[in-house]
Design a protein around this ligand. Structure first.
Ligand code: FAD
Length: 481
Protein backbone atom coordinates (compact mmCIF):
# COMPACT_ATOMS: atom_id res chain seq x y z
CA UNK A 1 0.00 0.00 0.00
CA UNK A 2 1.36 3.46 -0.90
CA UNK A 3 1.94 6.06 1.83
CA UNK A 4 -0.96 8.11 0.36
CA UNK A 5 -3.22 5.09 0.74
CA UNK A 6 -2.00 4.52 4.31
CA UNK A 7 -2.78 8.16 5.15
CA UNK A 8 -6.22 7.75 3.55
CA UNK A 9 -6.87 4.62 5.57
CA UNK A 10 -5.83 6.37 8.78
CA UNK A 11 -8.14 9.32 8.05
CA UNK A 12 -10.94 6.90 7.16
CA UNK A 13 -10.46 5.09 10.49
CA UNK A 14 -10.73 8.39 12.41
CA UNK A 15 -13.88 9.28 10.45
CA UNK A 16 -15.50 5.84 11.03
CA UNK A 17 -14.84 6.08 14.78
CA UNK A 18 -16.41 9.53 15.00
CA UNK A 19 -19.40 8.43 12.87
CA UNK A 20 -19.69 5.25 14.99
CA UNK A 21 -19.88 3.03 11.91
CA UNK A 22 -18.78 -0.54 12.69
CA UNK A 23 -15.51 -1.47 10.97
CA UNK A 24 -12.94 -4.22 11.23
CA UNK A 25 -9.20 -4.39 10.49
CA UNK A 26 -7.30 -7.61 9.70
CA UNK A 27 -6.11 -7.93 13.33
CA UNK A 28 -9.67 -7.80 14.69
CA UNK A 29 -10.92 -11.21 16.01
CA UNK A 30 -14.11 -10.94 13.90
CA UNK A 31 -12.30 -10.03 10.66
CA UNK A 32 -11.59 -13.60 9.44
CA UNK A 33 -15.22 -14.68 9.70
CA UNK A 34 -16.41 -11.48 7.99
CA UNK A 35 -13.86 -11.84 5.16
CA UNK A 36 -14.80 -15.49 4.46
CA UNK A 37 -16.98 -16.23 1.46
CA UNK A 38 -18.32 -19.25 -0.43
CA UNK A 39 -15.73 -19.16 -3.20
CA UNK A 40 -12.64 -18.77 -1.04
CA UNK A 41 -10.69 -15.69 -2.17
CA UNK A 42 -7.70 -15.00 0.09
CA UNK A 43 -7.45 -11.29 -0.88
CA UNK A 44 -7.76 -9.22 2.30
CA UNK A 45 -9.45 -5.81 2.27
CA UNK A 46 -7.61 -3.17 4.35
CA UNK A 47 -10.82 -2.58 6.28
CA UNK A 48 -14.31 -4.12 6.29
CA UNK A 49 -17.01 -1.53 6.98
CA UNK A 50 -20.48 -2.65 8.07
CA UNK A 51 -22.97 0.19 7.56
CA UNK A 52 -26.29 -0.11 9.41
CA UNK A 53 -28.29 2.21 7.15
CA UNK A 54 -28.31 3.90 3.74
CA UNK A 55 -27.13 7.05 5.55
CA UNK A 56 -24.06 5.17 6.87
CA UNK A 57 -23.30 3.97 3.32
CA UNK A 58 -23.69 7.53 2.02
CA UNK A 59 -21.26 8.90 4.61
CA UNK A 60 -18.63 6.25 3.81
CA UNK A 61 -18.90 6.76 0.04
CA UNK A 62 -18.81 10.54 0.50
CA UNK A 63 -15.62 10.20 2.52
CA UNK A 64 -13.95 7.87 0.00
CA UNK A 65 -15.01 10.05 -2.93
CA UNK A 66 -14.04 13.42 -1.47
CA UNK A 67 -10.64 12.15 -0.31
CA UNK A 68 -9.88 10.74 -3.72
CA UNK A 69 -7.03 13.11 -4.53
CA UNK A 70 -4.98 11.70 -1.64
CA UNK A 71 -4.27 8.43 -3.46
CA UNK A 72 -2.33 7.65 -6.60
CA UNK A 73 -5.26 5.97 -8.38
CA UNK A 74 -7.88 8.56 -7.59
CA UNK A 75 -10.15 7.32 -4.84
CA UNK A 76 -9.14 4.42 -2.63
CA UNK A 77 -10.42 1.13 -4.13
CA UNK A 78 -13.89 0.50 -2.79
CA UNK A 79 -15.62 -2.89 -3.16
CA UNK A 80 -19.13 -3.90 -2.18
CA UNK A 81 -20.00 -7.23 -0.62
CA UNK A 82 -23.34 -8.81 0.23
CA UNK A 83 -23.76 -12.61 0.20
CA UNK A 84 -20.17 -13.15 -1.00
CA UNK A 85 -21.26 -15.67 -3.65
CA UNK A 86 -19.72 -14.05 -6.70
CA UNK A 87 -18.26 -17.11 -8.38
CA UNK A 88 -14.91 -15.45 -9.08
CA UNK A 89 -14.70 -13.89 -5.58
CA UNK A 90 -14.83 -10.35 -6.98
CA UNK A 91 -16.46 -8.85 -3.87
CA UNK A 92 -13.02 -8.75 -2.31
CA UNK A 93 -9.84 -6.98 -3.41
CA UNK A 94 -6.53 -6.84 -1.52
CA UNK A 95 -6.02 -3.61 0.45
CA UNK A 96 -9.37 -2.17 -0.63
CA UNK A 97 -12.09 -0.60 1.48
CA UNK A 98 -14.84 -3.22 1.57
CA UNK A 99 -18.41 -2.13 2.31
CA UNK A 100 -20.19 -5.19 3.70
CA UNK A 101 -23.95 -4.62 3.29
CA UNK A 102 -25.21 -7.62 5.23
CA UNK A 103 -26.65 -5.48 8.05
CA UNK A 104 -29.00 -3.84 5.51
CA UNK A 105 -31.49 -6.69 5.71
CA UNK A 106 -34.83 -5.01 6.38
CA UNK A 107 -38.12 -6.10 4.75
CA UNK A 108 -41.06 -3.64 4.64
CA UNK A 109 -44.23 -4.98 3.03
CA UNK A 110 -46.57 -2.57 1.24
CA UNK A 111 -50.16 -2.28 2.56
CA UNK A 112 -51.53 -3.99 -0.59
CA UNK A 113 -49.00 -6.84 -0.09
CA UNK A 114 -47.91 -6.67 -3.72
CA UNK A 115 -44.42 -5.24 -3.17
CA UNK A 116 -41.76 -5.14 -0.47
CA UNK A 117 -38.89 -2.73 0.15
CA UNK A 118 -35.87 -4.81 1.02
CA UNK A 119 -32.39 -3.93 2.29
CA UNK A 120 -29.52 -4.02 -0.23
CA UNK A 121 -27.59 -6.66 1.70
CA UNK A 122 -30.39 -9.12 2.42
CA UNK A 123 -29.76 -12.81 1.74
CA UNK A 124 -32.36 -15.04 0.05
CA UNK A 125 -33.07 -17.10 3.19
CA UNK A 126 -33.65 -14.00 5.38
CA UNK A 127 -35.96 -12.56 2.72
CA UNK A 128 -38.11 -15.69 2.43
CA UNK A 129 -38.18 -16.05 6.24
CA UNK A 130 -39.58 -12.51 6.64
CA UNK A 131 -42.10 -12.97 3.82
CA UNK A 132 -43.35 -16.43 4.84
CA UNK A 133 -44.15 -15.10 8.34
CA UNK A 134 -46.66 -12.80 6.61
CA UNK A 135 -48.06 -15.49 4.29
CA UNK A 136 -46.08 -14.14 1.33
CA UNK A 137 -43.24 -15.19 -0.93
CA UNK A 138 -41.20 -14.09 -3.94
CA UNK A 139 -38.97 -15.45 -6.70
CA UNK A 140 -35.53 -16.52 -5.39
CA UNK A 141 -32.59 -18.65 -6.53
CA UNK A 142 -31.63 -22.06 -5.24
CA UNK A 143 -29.32 -21.28 -2.30
CA UNK A 144 -30.27 -19.27 0.81
CA UNK A 145 -26.89 -17.67 1.52
CA UNK A 146 -26.79 -15.80 -1.83
CA UNK A 147 -27.48 -12.03 -1.72
CA UNK A 148 -30.80 -11.00 -3.31
CA UNK A 149 -29.47 -7.89 -5.07
CA UNK A 150 -26.56 -9.74 -6.72
CA UNK A 151 -28.83 -12.62 -7.70
CA UNK A 152 -31.66 -10.50 -9.14
CA UNK A 153 -29.77 -7.69 -10.88
CA UNK A 154 -27.69 -10.04 -13.04
CA UNK A 155 -30.80 -12.00 -14.12
CA UNK A 156 -31.94 -14.32 -11.35
CA UNK A 157 -32.96 -17.89 -12.21
CA UNK A 158 -35.07 -19.87 -9.73
CA UNK A 159 -37.99 -22.19 -9.08
CA UNK A 160 -40.86 -19.79 -9.76
CA UNK A 161 -39.42 -18.17 -12.92
CA UNK A 162 -41.92 -20.04 -15.19
CA UNK A 163 -44.93 -18.44 -13.49
CA UNK A 164 -43.50 -15.13 -12.27
CA UNK A 165 -40.42 -14.32 -14.32
CA UNK A 166 -36.72 -13.80 -13.70
CA UNK A 167 -35.31 -11.99 -10.67
CA UNK A 168 -34.47 -8.86 -12.69
CA UNK A 169 -38.13 -8.62 -13.72
CA UNK A 170 -39.24 -8.50 -10.08
CA UNK A 171 -37.51 -5.14 -9.51
CA UNK A 172 -39.96 -2.25 -9.25
CA UNK A 173 -37.70 0.48 -7.81
CA UNK A 174 -34.20 0.97 -6.39
CA UNK A 175 -32.51 3.33 -3.95
CA UNK A 176 -28.87 3.97 -4.71
CA UNK A 177 -26.00 5.76 -2.97
CA UNK A 178 -24.24 7.38 -5.89
CA UNK A 179 -20.49 7.98 -6.30
CA UNK A 180 -20.79 11.38 -4.61
CA UNK A 181 -22.36 9.76 -1.57
CA UNK A 182 -25.92 11.01 -2.18
CA UNK A 183 -28.96 8.78 -1.74
CA UNK A 184 -31.11 8.79 -4.88
CA UNK A 185 -34.04 6.92 -6.40
CA UNK A 186 -32.97 5.13 -9.59
CA UNK A 187 -35.12 6.05 -12.56
CA UNK A 188 -35.12 5.93 -16.36
CA UNK A 189 -31.97 4.41 -17.84
CA UNK A 190 -30.46 3.65 -14.42
CA UNK A 191 -33.41 1.53 -13.35
CA UNK A 192 -33.38 -0.20 -16.74
CA UNK A 193 -29.63 -0.90 -16.32
CA UNK A 194 -30.12 -2.28 -12.80
CA UNK A 195 -32.56 -4.82 -14.27
CA UNK A 196 -30.00 -7.18 -15.80
CA UNK A 197 -26.89 -4.97 -15.84
CA UNK A 198 -25.67 -5.85 -12.34
CA UNK A 199 -25.86 -3.92 -9.12
CA UNK A 200 -22.72 -1.89 -8.52
CA UNK A 201 -21.77 0.26 -11.50
CA UNK A 202 -24.26 2.99 -10.79
CA UNK A 203 -23.73 3.15 -7.02
CA UNK A 204 -24.44 1.05 -3.95
CA UNK A 205 -27.98 -0.32 -3.98
CA UNK A 206 -29.20 0.17 -0.44
CA UNK A 207 -32.81 -0.79 -1.12
CA UNK A 208 -34.87 -2.52 -3.80
CA UNK A 209 -38.64 -2.58 -4.13
CA UNK A 210 -39.64 -5.98 -5.47
CA UNK A 211 -42.80 -7.85 -6.42
CA UNK A 212 -44.14 -10.27 -3.83
CA UNK A 213 -46.85 -12.94 -4.04
CA UNK A 214 -49.25 -14.85 -1.78
CA UNK A 215 -47.49 -17.86 -0.24
CA UNK A 216 -48.51 -21.15 -1.80
CA UNK A 217 -47.34 -24.58 -0.79
CA UNK A 218 -45.07 -26.35 -3.23
CA UNK A 219 -44.43 -29.95 -4.18
CA UNK A 220 -40.68 -30.30 -4.43
CA UNK A 221 -38.04 -33.00 -4.52
CA UNK A 222 -35.76 -35.03 -6.72
CA UNK A 223 -36.61 -37.50 -9.47
CA UNK A 224 -33.55 -39.72 -9.56
CA UNK A 225 -32.56 -41.83 -12.58
CA UNK A 226 -30.56 -45.04 -12.72
CA UNK A 227 -26.96 -44.14 -11.72
CA UNK A 228 -25.63 -47.53 -12.89
CA UNK A 229 -26.31 -46.38 -16.48
CA UNK A 230 -25.44 -42.68 -16.34
CA UNK A 231 -24.99 -42.43 -20.11
CA UNK A 232 -28.38 -44.06 -20.79
CA UNK A 233 -30.18 -42.06 -18.09
CA UNK A 234 -29.01 -38.65 -19.30
CA UNK A 235 -29.29 -39.36 -22.97
CA UNK A 236 -32.75 -41.00 -22.77
CA UNK A 237 -34.18 -38.33 -20.45
CA UNK A 238 -32.95 -35.33 -22.45
CA UNK A 239 -33.96 -36.83 -25.82
CA UNK A 240 -37.42 -37.73 -24.54
CA UNK A 241 -37.81 -34.34 -22.85
CA UNK A 242 -36.97 -32.60 -26.14
CA UNK A 243 -39.74 -34.63 -27.87
CA UNK A 244 -42.18 -33.93 -25.05
CA UNK A 245 -41.82 -30.14 -25.27
CA UNK A 246 -42.29 -30.25 -29.04
CA UNK A 247 -45.86 -31.46 -28.48
CA UNK A 248 -46.80 -30.18 -25.02
CA UNK A 249 -46.19 -26.96 -23.13
CA UNK A 250 -44.70 -27.43 -19.65
CA UNK A 251 -47.12 -25.62 -17.29
CA UNK A 252 -46.20 -22.37 -15.53
CA UNK A 253 -46.52 -24.16 -12.16
CA UNK A 254 -43.60 -26.45 -12.96
CA UNK A 255 -39.85 -25.80 -12.76
CA UNK A 256 -37.52 -28.61 -13.76
CA UNK A 257 -33.81 -28.41 -13.06
CA UNK A 258 -31.86 -31.40 -14.38
CA UNK A 259 -28.51 -31.90 -12.67
CA UNK A 260 -25.57 -34.27 -12.29
CA UNK A 261 -23.84 -34.35 -8.89
CA UNK A 262 -21.72 -36.76 -6.86
CA UNK A 263 -23.76 -38.05 -3.92
CA UNK A 264 -22.32 -39.81 -0.88
CA UNK A 265 -23.01 -43.54 -1.16
CA UNK A 266 -24.50 -43.26 -4.68
CA UNK A 267 -21.65 -41.95 -6.81
CA UNK A 268 -22.40 -39.73 -9.81
CA UNK A 269 -26.15 -39.31 -10.17
CA UNK A 270 -28.40 -37.74 -12.80
CA UNK A 271 -31.54 -36.31 -11.20
CA UNK A 272 -34.16 -33.68 -11.92
CA UNK A 273 -35.29 -31.18 -9.31
CA UNK A 274 -39.09 -31.08 -9.64
CA UNK A 275 -40.88 -28.04 -8.16
CA UNK A 276 -44.62 -27.54 -8.55
CA UNK A 277 -45.91 -24.24 -7.21
CA UNK A 278 -49.48 -24.11 -5.95
CA UNK A 279 -51.96 -26.21 -4.06
CA UNK A 280 -52.62 -29.68 -5.48
CA UNK A 281 -55.94 -30.14 -3.67
CA UNK A 282 -58.54 -31.00 -6.30
CA UNK A 283 -55.90 -30.78 -9.05
CA UNK A 284 -54.09 -33.93 -10.15
CA UNK A 285 -52.02 -32.12 -12.78
CA UNK A 286 -48.95 -32.13 -10.53
CA UNK A 287 -49.08 -35.92 -10.11
CA UNK A 288 -49.58 -36.36 -13.88
CA UNK A 289 -46.52 -34.23 -14.65
CA UNK A 290 -44.45 -35.93 -11.98
CA UNK A 291 -45.27 -39.31 -13.54
CA UNK A 292 -44.57 -37.94 -17.01
CA UNK A 293 -41.14 -36.62 -16.02
CA UNK A 294 -40.25 -39.78 -14.08
CA UNK A 295 -41.27 -41.82 -17.14
CA UNK A 296 -38.82 -40.06 -19.45
CA UNK A 297 -36.01 -42.45 -18.42
CA UNK A 298 -35.37 -45.25 -15.92
CA UNK A 299 -36.37 -43.59 -12.63
CA UNK A 300 -35.19 -45.34 -9.44
CA UNK A 301 -36.39 -42.97 -6.73
CA UNK A 302 -38.59 -39.91 -6.15
CA UNK A 303 -38.53 -37.61 -3.14
CA UNK A 304 -41.21 -35.10 -4.20
CA UNK A 305 -43.27 -34.00 -1.16
CA UNK A 306 -45.28 -31.03 0.09
CA UNK A 307 -43.11 -28.24 1.47
CA UNK A 308 -42.71 -24.44 1.39
CA UNK A 309 -40.32 -22.33 -0.70
CA UNK A 310 -38.34 -21.45 2.45
CA UNK A 311 -38.02 -25.03 3.68
CA UNK A 312 -36.94 -26.17 0.23
CA UNK A 313 -34.36 -23.36 0.10
CA UNK A 314 -32.98 -24.24 3.55
CA UNK A 315 -32.83 -27.98 2.74
CA UNK A 316 -30.92 -27.34 -0.51
CA UNK A 317 -28.56 -24.88 1.19
CA UNK A 318 -27.76 -27.43 3.91
CA UNK A 319 -26.54 -29.89 1.25
CA UNK A 320 -23.78 -27.56 0.02
CA UNK A 321 -20.20 -27.43 1.34
CA UNK A 322 -19.61 -24.23 3.37
CA UNK A 323 -16.69 -23.15 1.22
CA UNK A 324 -15.25 -24.34 -2.08
CA UNK A 325 -12.25 -23.83 -4.36
CA UNK A 326 -12.33 -23.47 -8.14
CA UNK A 327 -14.91 -21.68 -10.25
CA UNK A 328 -17.63 -22.06 -12.85
CA UNK A 329 -18.21 -21.84 -16.57
CA UNK A 330 -21.49 -21.59 -18.41
CA UNK A 331 -23.01 -22.14 -21.84
CA UNK A 332 -26.55 -21.33 -22.97
CA UNK A 333 -28.48 -23.71 -25.23
CA UNK A 334 -31.55 -22.91 -27.31
CA UNK A 335 -32.69 -26.55 -27.31
CA UNK A 336 -31.60 -30.11 -26.52
CA UNK A 337 -30.45 -30.97 -30.05
CA UNK A 338 -28.91 -34.41 -30.65
CA UNK A 339 -25.45 -32.78 -30.66
CA UNK A 340 -26.14 -30.96 -27.40
CA UNK A 341 -27.39 -34.15 -25.70
CA UNK A 342 -24.33 -36.11 -26.86
CA UNK A 343 -21.99 -33.39 -25.55
CA UNK A 344 -23.84 -33.19 -22.21
CA UNK A 345 -23.45 -36.95 -21.77
CA UNK A 346 -19.68 -36.76 -22.42
CA UNK A 347 -19.32 -33.80 -20.04
CA UNK A 348 -21.19 -35.66 -17.28
CA UNK A 349 -19.16 -38.85 -17.73
CA UNK A 350 -15.86 -36.97 -17.49
CA UNK A 351 -16.88 -35.03 -14.35
CA UNK A 352 -14.42 -35.31 -11.42
CA UNK A 353 -15.68 -37.20 -8.37
CA UNK A 354 -15.35 -34.45 -5.74
CA UNK A 355 -18.58 -33.47 -3.91
CA UNK A 356 -18.17 -29.82 -5.00
CA UNK A 357 -18.29 -30.60 -8.72
CA UNK A 358 -21.49 -30.70 -10.76
CA UNK A 359 -23.61 -29.79 -13.72
CA UNK A 360 -26.96 -28.09 -13.34
CA UNK A 361 -29.42 -26.79 -15.93
CA UNK A 362 -31.64 -23.74 -15.37
CA UNK A 363 -34.31 -22.84 -17.89
CA UNK A 364 -36.32 -19.92 -19.17
CA UNK A 365 -39.47 -21.57 -20.48
CA UNK A 366 -41.67 -20.16 -23.26
CA UNK A 367 -44.52 -19.71 -20.76
CA UNK A 368 -42.52 -17.44 -18.43
CA UNK A 369 -43.52 -13.74 -18.29
CA UNK A 370 -39.80 -13.05 -18.87
CA UNK A 371 -39.63 -14.78 -22.22
CA UNK A 372 -39.56 -12.78 -25.43
CA UNK A 373 -43.18 -12.16 -26.31
CA UNK A 374 -44.46 -10.75 -23.04
CA UNK A 375 -41.36 -8.92 -21.81
CA UNK A 376 -41.27 -6.11 -24.34
CA UNK A 377 -44.86 -5.09 -23.80
CA UNK A 378 -44.48 -3.04 -20.62
CA UNK A 379 -42.14 -0.06 -20.98
CA UNK A 380 -42.20 0.66 -17.25
CA UNK A 381 -40.46 -2.65 -16.72
CA UNK A 382 -37.70 -2.15 -19.29
CA UNK A 383 -34.55 -4.15 -18.73
CA UNK A 384 -31.15 -4.64 -20.36
CA UNK A 385 -31.41 -8.42 -19.81
CA UNK A 386 -31.17 -9.62 -23.35
CA UNK A 387 -31.67 -13.39 -23.48
CA UNK A 388 -35.46 -13.47 -23.59
CA UNK A 389 -35.92 -16.41 -25.92
CA UNK A 390 -36.61 -19.75 -24.23
CA UNK A 391 -33.29 -21.35 -23.33
CA UNK A 392 -31.35 -23.63 -21.03
CA UNK A 393 -28.55 -22.02 -19.01
CA UNK A 394 -25.91 -24.59 -18.05
CA UNK A 395 -24.06 -24.25 -14.77
CA UNK A 396 -20.71 -26.05 -15.13
CA UNK A 397 -19.72 -26.15 -11.49
CA UNK A 398 -15.94 -26.63 -11.39
CA UNK A 399 -15.65 -26.59 -7.64
CA UNK A 400 -13.77 -28.83 -5.27
CA UNK A 401 -13.67 -29.19 -1.51
CA UNK A 402 -9.83 -28.92 -1.55
CA UNK A 403 -7.54 -26.65 -3.58
CA UNK A 404 -6.37 -29.60 -5.67
CA UNK A 405 -9.93 -30.76 -6.36
CA UNK A 406 -10.86 -27.15 -7.21
CA UNK A 407 -8.11 -27.07 -9.85
CA UNK A 408 -9.30 -30.36 -11.31
CA UNK A 409 -12.90 -29.07 -11.28
CA UNK A 410 -11.91 -25.87 -13.08
CA UNK A 411 -10.08 -27.79 -15.82
CA UNK A 412 -13.11 -30.01 -16.33
CA UNK A 413 -15.52 -27.04 -16.43
CA UNK A 414 -13.28 -25.22 -18.95
CA UNK A 415 -13.15 -28.30 -21.23
CA UNK A 416 -16.90 -28.78 -20.84
CA UNK A 417 -17.52 -25.14 -21.85
CA UNK A 418 -15.29 -25.54 -24.90
CA UNK A 419 -17.15 -28.68 -26.00
CA UNK A 420 -20.68 -27.40 -25.33
CA UNK A 421 -20.17 -23.98 -26.84
CA UNK A 422 -19.33 -25.72 -30.13
CA UNK A 423 -22.64 -27.57 -30.50
CA UNK A 424 -25.31 -26.44 -32.97
CA UNK A 425 -27.80 -25.44 -30.24
CA UNK A 426 -25.36 -23.15 -28.36
CA UNK A 427 -26.46 -19.51 -28.19
CA UNK A 428 -24.07 -16.60 -28.52
CA UNK A 429 -25.01 -15.28 -25.08
CA UNK A 430 -23.60 -15.92 -21.62
CA UNK A 431 -25.14 -15.62 -18.15
CA UNK A 432 -22.81 -13.19 -16.40
CA UNK A 433 -23.15 -14.56 -12.85
CA UNK A 434 -21.86 -18.00 -13.81
CA UNK A 435 -19.45 -17.05 -16.59
CA UNK A 436 -15.71 -17.41 -16.10
CA UNK A 437 -14.15 -13.90 -16.31
CA UNK A 438 -12.16 -14.99 -19.41
CA UNK A 439 -15.37 -15.64 -21.33
CA UNK A 440 -17.40 -12.53 -20.64
CA UNK A 441 -18.15 -10.55 -23.79
CA UNK A 442 -20.46 -7.69 -22.91
CA UNK A 443 -20.93 -6.91 -26.60
CA UNK A 444 -22.72 -10.24 -26.87
CA UNK A 445 -24.55 -10.07 -23.55
CA UNK A 446 -26.30 -6.75 -24.19
CA UNK A 447 -27.75 -5.15 -27.31
CA UNK A 448 -25.36 -2.63 -28.89
CA UNK A 449 -27.75 0.16 -27.95
CA UNK A 450 -28.10 -0.91 -24.30
CA UNK A 451 -24.35 -1.43 -23.92
CA UNK A 452 -23.66 2.10 -25.20
CA UNK A 453 -26.22 3.46 -22.73
CA UNK A 454 -24.60 1.50 -19.88
CA UNK A 455 -21.13 2.81 -20.74
CA UNK A 456 -22.41 6.38 -21.01
CA UNK A 457 -24.26 6.08 -17.72
CA UNK A 458 -21.14 4.79 -15.99
CA UNK A 459 -19.09 7.77 -17.20
CA UNK A 460 -21.83 10.13 -16.14
CA UNK A 461 -22.55 8.78 -12.65
CA UNK A 462 -19.08 7.60 -11.61
CA UNK A 463 -16.52 9.75 -13.42
CA UNK A 464 -13.83 9.23 -10.76
CA UNK A 465 -14.24 5.46 -10.78
CA UNK A 466 -15.20 5.21 -7.10
CA UNK A 467 -16.93 1.91 -7.96
CA UNK A 468 -14.27 0.82 -10.40
CA UNK A 469 -14.45 -2.83 -9.27
CA UNK A 470 -18.18 -3.09 -9.90
CA UNK A 471 -19.45 -5.90 -12.15
CA UNK A 472 -19.80 -6.22 -15.06
CA UNK A 473 -16.80 -4.08 -15.95
CA UNK A 474 -18.51 -1.76 -18.40
CA UNK A 475 -15.38 0.41 -18.37
CA UNK A 476 -11.97 -1.14 -17.79
CA UNK A 477 -10.52 -0.67 -14.29
CA UNK A 478 -7.64 1.34 -15.74
CA UNK A 479 -9.82 3.77 -17.70
CA UNK A 480 -12.17 4.27 -14.76
CA UNK A 481 -9.32 5.65 -12.64
C1 FAD B 1 -23.81 -21.65 -4.41
C2 FAD B 1 -24.35 -20.69 -5.44
C3 FAD B 1 -25.66 -20.82 -5.89
C4 FAD B 1 -26.18 -19.94 -6.84
N1 FAD B 1 -27.45 -20.13 -7.29
C5 FAD B 1 -27.96 -19.33 -8.25
C6 FAD B 1 -29.29 -19.53 -8.75
O1 FAD B 1 -30.01 -20.43 -8.32
N2 FAD B 1 -29.73 -18.67 -9.72
C7 FAD B 1 -28.96 -17.66 -10.22
O2 FAD B 1 -29.42 -16.92 -11.10
N3 FAD B 1 -27.71 -17.43 -9.74
C8 FAD B 1 -27.19 -18.24 -8.78
N4 FAD B 1 -25.92 -18.02 -8.31
C9 FAD B 1 -25.16 -16.86 -8.79
C10 FAD B 1 -25.41 -15.67 -7.82
O3 FAD B 1 -26.74 -15.25 -7.95
C11 FAD B 1 -24.46 -14.49 -8.14
O4 FAD B 1 -23.14 -14.91 -8.00
C12 FAD B 1 -24.75 -13.27 -7.26
O5 FAD B 1 -24.17 -12.13 -7.85
C13 FAD B 1 -24.22 -13.43 -5.85
O6 FAD B 1 -24.60 -12.32 -5.06
P1 FAD B 1 -24.01 -12.19 -3.57
O7 FAD B 1 -24.54 -10.98 -2.96
O8 FAD B 1 -24.19 -13.46 -2.85
O9 FAD B 1 -22.45 -12.08 -3.84
P2 FAD B 1 -21.41 -10.88 -3.70
O10 FAD B 1 -20.14 -11.49 -4.19
O11 FAD B 1 -21.42 -10.30 -2.35
O12 FAD B 1 -21.96 -9.82 -4.73
C14 FAD B 1 -21.94 -10.08 -6.12
C15 FAD B 1 -21.59 -8.79 -6.87
O13 FAD B 1 -22.62 -7.84 -6.68
C16 FAD B 1 -22.14 -6.66 -6.03
N5 FAD B 1 -23.20 -6.27 -5.09
C17 FAD B 1 -23.92 -7.10 -4.30
N6 FAD B 1 -24.87 -6.41 -3.65
C18 FAD B 1 -24.74 -5.12 -4.03
C19 FAD B 1 -25.45 -3.93 -3.71
N7 FAD B 1 -26.49 -3.94 -2.87
N8 FAD B 1 -25.05 -2.75 -4.29
C20 FAD B 1 -24.01 -2.73 -5.16
N9 FAD B 1 -23.31 -3.84 -5.50
C21 FAD B 1 -23.67 -5.02 -4.94
C22 FAD B 1 -20.83 -7.07 -5.40
O14 FAD B 1 -19.93 -5.99 -5.35
C23 FAD B 1 -20.32 -8.15 -6.35
O15 FAD B 1 -19.67 -7.54 -7.43
C24 FAD B 1 -25.37 -18.88 -7.35
C25 FAD B 1 -24.06 -18.73 -6.88
C26 FAD B 1 -23.55 -19.63 -5.94
C27 FAD B 1 -22.13 -19.47 -5.45
Amino acid sequence: MSSAELNHLHALGTFLLSAEIPHFYPDDPDYTALQASYTSNPAKPAVIIRPRSAEDVAEVVQFCSSNSSSTANGSMPCVIRAGGHDLAGRHTVADAVQIDLRLLDSVAISPDKKTARIGGGILLDALLTALEKEGLTTVVGGIGTVGYVGWATFGGYGDSVPGRGLGCDQIVAAKVVNAEGCIQEASGQMLKAIRGGGPGNWGVITELTIKIYPLQEIQAGMIIFDPSDLRGSISTYLTNYASLVRTEQVPTSLYLQPMVFNLLGMGTVFMVSFVWTGSTIGDDNCKKWQAKIAGLANCIQQTVATTTPLKKLMDTTAMLPLQVHGGTHTVTLGEYSAQAVAALVEVALSMPKDLGCGLSIHALQPCSPSSLKESKENEEEESVYNCRQPHMMLELVGFGTTEEAGLEGMNWAAEARAMLSGVDAALDWTYFSLAHPDHVDLNKMYTAEDYEVMKGLKKEVDPKGVFRYALPQVTSIASAR
